[in-house]
Design a protein around this ligand. Structure first.
Ligand SMILES: C[S@@+](CC[C@H](N)C(=O)[O-])C[C@H]1O[C@@H](n2cnc3c(N)ncnc32)[C@H](O)[C@@H]1O
Length: 261
């Protein structure tokens, strides 16, 4: 199986199936089912507070998936989200669930002018991208000077992982900090994902019910089986603390910070 096929199974096909399962179960299942990298509302709340998101903030969500985190920010803080996501199935699912502006776009080449947003976040995406500096540079470019860039990054806590899921390239914490510095993003605040509050039970239960419907409909499909295997591999790495989730808020430089080379 190629890396592209693995990514498509997990982030394109399953995304669309997820929206269909929500249609069966009801709108109250949409948010939990559509947060596919971040999970916990507490993680989103930590980022929102640290990034100072508020009423009317123009927020770019790069690698937005099915759109749960952007919707959470819109409902809880009044931000105006724009979703960018390379997988068409995920974009269609996000539109179907939440009706926010969505663009099919690779985060390495965002179709927005410089400084188009007050802030941007990217959750659970960086580990799927090989050229992390190019990806981070696009976040920096599209956010106003002094604006916030929030990240949830799954980092590699050991030199070599026993099992590397297809399409994932987990950076070490040191590599991540070096990449941020290299593109001029200033690290402002950081916490371990494990240190923010756990996901509420009713949120987990709603997400599980959606997964059960997807499994009921598609478990004989090899795309579901491959995506399931990928998710189990990642869950195992996180459970064994070989991969560790980190939440970070960075700031883009203001012109007086920029030193001519
Ligand atoms: C683990 S999911 C997280 C989705 C969403 N951010 C969330 O928290 O629910 C990773 C997402 O990154 C997207 N992705 C992969 N490569 C990307 C790239 N080069 N640019 C932007 N997004 C990318 C995938 O399509 C997928 O939707």
């Amino acid at each position: 199986m190629s890396e592209a096929e693995a990514m498509a199974d997990e982030f394109d096909t399953i995304a669309w199936w997820t929206a269909s399962a929500v249609a069966e179960l009801g709108e109250d299942h949409a948010l939990p089912a559509a947060c596919r990298g971040s999970g916990s509302p507490a993680a989103l709340a930590w980022l929102a507070s640290s990034m100072e998101l508020g009423q009317g903030t123009r927020l770019l969500d790069s690698g937005a998936g099915v759109g749960g985190p952007a919707e959470y920010a819109a409902r809880s803080y009044g931000v105006r989200p724009v979703l960018a996501e390379p997988m068409e199935g995920a974009c269609r699912a996000a539109r179907r669930l939440f009706r926010r502006p969505v663009v099919v776009s690779d985060g390495l080449r965002l179709p927005f002018p410089d400084a188009a947003f007050d802030a941007a976040w990217s959750l659970g995406v960086l580990c799927t991208v090989e050229d992390k500096r190019a990806y981070l540079s696009e976040l920096r470019r599209t956010v106003v000077p002094g604006g916030a860039v929030g990240l949830l990054v799954y980092t590699r806590a050991v030199d070599d992982l026993p099992d590397q899921p297809e399409g994932n390239h987990f950076p070490s914490h040191d590599e991540l900090v070096a990449d941020l510095a290299a593109v001029g993003l200033e690290l402002d605040d950081e916490t371990a994902l494990a240190d923010v509050a756990a996901t509420p039970e009713d949120w987990d239960e709603a997400a599980s019910r959606v997964e059960e419907v997807v499994a009921r409909e598609h478990r004989d499909d090899e795309r579901w089986q491959r995506a399931q295997a990928q998710q189990e591999t990642i869950a195992g790495l996180i459970g064994d603390e070989l991969v560790v989730g980190v939440l970070l808020t960075c700031r883009t430089p203001v012109p007086s910070d920029i030193v001519e080379q």
